[in-house]
Design a protein around this ligand. Structure first.
Ligand SMILES: NC(=O)C1=CN([C@@H]2O[C@H](COP(=O)(O)OP(=O)(O)OC[C@H]3O[C@@H](n4cnc5c(N)ncnc54)[C@H](O)[C@@H]3O)[C@@H](O)[C@H]2O)[C@@H](O)CC1
Ligand SMILES: [K+]
Length: 741
């Protein structure tokens, strides 16, 4: 490759490899000139197929690369400075999330330099393996150790349990590590510096990082143990060893303590956690406590239910669908999550979706159905008739909006259940893709719809879960009868079990361990609710230790926590303004996003707050995330955004919400509510042909440019913590001074 690089004479050469067209989209795809090998086009993880040659992530550059990196960084700094000094109206919505010293090799360097005789590719026919997920690094570590056997066999450990530990297969032990001779180690084990491995310890397929202590008789299998972690006596830390599965390898972050006699299976444990028996019991959907079914068992139970147990399919489907609707109603209230799209597949899973939609209608939701492949059996035609008689709309696939996120609050995935095999075929592949992309929440902080999967997240392998970790990531999974094996890979906040009908004969035959259903409920939660999860990571010490240097990054972190905790409307904030004579007023509004170094919201330019902002630009925003005991105050000055930017925000709103601003002349006295309804109807009718609703001149965006941030973390002991950031201008540049109180 080096020779080729010198021959090409460019600034950089990229190692590429040919992969199957199906897997190329996971990588950077490249197109090069077949004769000169010049890089002509570079697309990072493209949505449509570009090329089966992918970037291996191995580069050779001349030192000119540093000038190129500096160039990008300088440009970004200039832009940031410009943003602060020039009028906001002149600005494009800039990509706030990138700090000025952040340069992306692919987007900032490689893409702009294509076709300029600067970059070339070198295709390898040799072995290459990606290390995108932690599981793959364990696999690669094994390959590395195997290579040692040929290249540097003296580095590999040996021992038969007399003077040194018993070693099987390829094992590396750093000379400073202390390993007890009664330990049994290997194959595929790598032990780093200063690790201490106690008597009787068993290690198989794992990476033990620096300063780890593994005490007597502990077992570690298919795991990566982070720096300075310790595993107590007789504990087990293990996983299934499926390198492609999300939780196929157990990972302990830095400084995790697993106490004595604790079992940690298929888990990722964040840094600085202590796991004791109590903690683990609630943390896990303990495989010992709940049975998970193979595909075959699910099919057998199905047959037994409808055979000797005397059930009809109609009955089971009715109970399954009711469980799904009940679980949804338990978590997502119809007042906040009203518009539900139920996507129904061709089999019984789709039938469950039809039943659930009917119940959701009766529970006060507004369901819509997409049911592209109908089954002509009476059971299904009956379910369709029942829905039609309730005027529940059926939408054809072509009739679905491009972006599901704008029009629906809940997406119910009733596409495939336990009989799914292979890869999804059309039209369901496109629908599953729609579910995937509905979740890509961007910088706008708009709430994306929640996804509820019935029995199996569609597209997932029934036993192995998401293939290539690229499947949909539902927020809620309602397992029916008993969870299937893939449910172990479910990482969303709400896992429920439904199907309260399993007779004792089946429980006994399959030795099923299922949780009891409470009271008259049709569903029961499996695993603990999400809020406590995030809370477990919150300690004042953590907040202090991990506070970011950039308050915007800190804000994004806390905002993400609030989203992950499932808090209601995490983007709600109180805006306080004051009139020119200093009289304050506050109201709740919604954050639109962080763009152009500021917090943006949209409003009526004739409102009281607008009036006050025009007199006095100083304002304060307050976010309160009660479930996490956190609040954030952002103080600064406010300016209007440009007309073009306002236009963009207006266009990003769902159509029915676009009508609102046109109707309301906010804060102006109106003859009564009836008048508004009348006006709404008039406008709705005027644009009923789908033509563009114009943005009213009095509607637009504001941006608060922060000068001060205060992150407040409450604590049960009443010792609260404040992280504050004050903007300071040094040599014309803004920097943030951080203090902890
Ligand atoms: N046995 C039980 O305990 C109960 C099962 N129920 C539901 O029934 C489901 C199982 O129903 P089914 O056996 O009908 O199966 P599914 O609902 O999983 O779907 C099978 C259908 O999908 C098609 N299909 C399979 N792989 C495909 C692919 N790669 N691309 C496109 N189409 C594909 C099949 O041709 C068939 O039409 C369960 O998951 C559950 O939701 C409930 O209705 C009632 C209780
Ligand atoms: K499903």
């Amino acid at each position: 490759m080096l020779e080729a690089h010198r021959r090409y004479g460019g600034m950089g050469t990229i190692l590429v490899i040919k992969v199957s067209p199906e897997s190329a989209y996971q990588f950077g795809e490249l197109v090069a000139d077949p004769v000169t090998n010049e890089l002509l086009h570079y697309a990072e993880k493209p949505e449509t197929f570009v090329s089966d040659r992918i970037n291996c992530g191995v580069y050779i550059f001349t030192p000119d690369i540093f000038t190129a990196i500096q160039g990008v960084s300088t440009q970004r700094k200039d832009r940031a400075t410009l943003r602060r000094v020039s009028s906001f109206e002149a600005l494009q919505p800039a990509n706030r999330s990138l700090p000025t010293d952040f340069v992306r090799l692919d987007q900032d360097i490689l893409s702009p330099l294509t076709g300029k005789k600067q970059l070339y590719v070198y295709e390898t026919m040799d072995f290459w393996e990606q290390i995108k997920n932690p599981g793959m690094s364990l696999k690669s570590s094994g390959l590395y150790l195997a290579q040692f056997r040929f290249t540097s066999p003296h580095l590999l450990a040996s021992g038969d349990g007399t003077k040194n530990a018993t070693i099987t297969g390829d094992v590396y032990i750093h000379p400073s590590a202390k390993v007890h001779p009664t330990a049994k180690i290997g194959p595929n084990v790598s032990i780093s510096a200063n690790a201490r491995i106690g008597a009787g310890v068993r290690l198989v397929s794992c990476i033990i990082l620096d300063d780890v202590e593994i005490q007597e008789n502990a077992v570690v299998i298919h795991a990566i143990i982070g720096w300075k972690s310790s595993i107590g006596r007789w504990s087990r830390v293990q996983a299934s060893g499926d390198y492609n599965a999300k939780l196929g390898v157990t990972i302990l972050g830095e400084s995790v303590t697993v106490e004595d006699e604790v079992v940690v299976i298929n888990s990722i444990v964040l840094p600085n956690k202590t796991l004791n028996v109590e903690e683990v019991k609630i943390m896990e959907k303990d495989p010992e406590c709940i049975s998970y079914l193979t595909q075959q068992q699910a099919v057998e139970i199905d047959a037994l239910l409808m055979g000797p147990s005397g059930f009809s399919i109609d009955q089971l489907m009715e109970l399954a669908g009711l469980s799904v609707a009940s679980a949804i109603a338990e978590v997502y209230r119809s007042t906040e999550y009203n518009r539900v799209l139920v996507i129904c597949g061709p089999g019984n899973n789709g039938g469950d979706g039809l039943v659930a939609a009917r119940h959701l209608h009766h529970f006060g939701y507004k369901p819509y159905i997409c049911y592209p492949k109908r089954t002509p059996k009476p059971l299904y035609t009956g379910l369709v008739t029942q829905l039609e008689s309730l005027s529940v709309p059926f939408l054809p696939v072509e009739g679905l909006p491009q972006e599901l996120s704008n029009d629906f609050d809940i997406l119910v995935d009733a596409i495939f259940g336990f009989s799914f095999n292979g890869m999804p075929r059309p039209p369901f592949d496109g629908l599953i893709y729609g579910l995937l992309s509905a979740r890509k929440h961007d910088q706008t902080f708009q709430r994306s719809p929640v996804i509820v999967s019935v029995d199996i997240p569609s597209g997932w392998n029934v036993e192995k879960g998401a293939v290539n970790s690229e499947g949909i990531t539902p927020d809620m999974l309602v397992s029916l009868t008993a969870p299937k094996l893939c449910a172990k890979m479910f990482c969303g906040p709400h896992h429920f079990l439904g199907g309260r009908f399993v007779p004792p004969s089946i429980v006994d035959k399959f030795k099923l361990q299922l949780p009891p259903y409470p009271g008259t409920s049709m569903c029961v939660r499996i695993g603990k609710p999400p809020q406590a999860d995030v809370q477990a990571q919150i300690s004042l010490e953590n907040v202090e230790k991990h506070g970011e240097a950039d308050p915007f990054v800190q804000f994004q972190k806390w905002f993400d926590d609030a989203v992950a905790a499932g808090l209601k409307e995490p983007n709600s904030m109180a805006l306080s303004t004051a009139s020119k004579d200093g009289k304050p007023s506050s109201r709740m509004i919604q954050l639109k996003g962080i763009h152009g170094e500021g917090f943006v919201w949209c409003s009526n330019y004739g409102s009281r707050k607008a009036q006050e902002i025009s007199e006095n630009p100083h304002a304060s925003l307050l976010f309160y995330w009660s479930g996490l005991n956190r609040q954030v105050r952002v103080e600064g000055f406010v300016q209007k955004v440009s007309d073009e930017e306002s236009e963009q925000y207006f266009r990003s709103r769902p159509r029915e919400i676009q009508i609102g601003p046109a109707v309301s002349e906010q804060s102006n006295v109106i003859p009564g509510r009836q008048f508004l309804h009348q006006k709404y109807k008039e406008i709705e009718e005027k644009y009923s042909d789908g033509s563009m609703i114009p943005r009213p001149k009095h509607w637009g965006g504001y941006r608060l440019i922060p000068e001060y941030f205060e992150f407040w973390q409450g604590d049960e002991s009443q010792v609260h913590l404040r992280l504050s950031y004050v903007a300071e201008e040094i040599d014309g540049k803004i920097s943030w001074r951080r203090t902890v109180k």
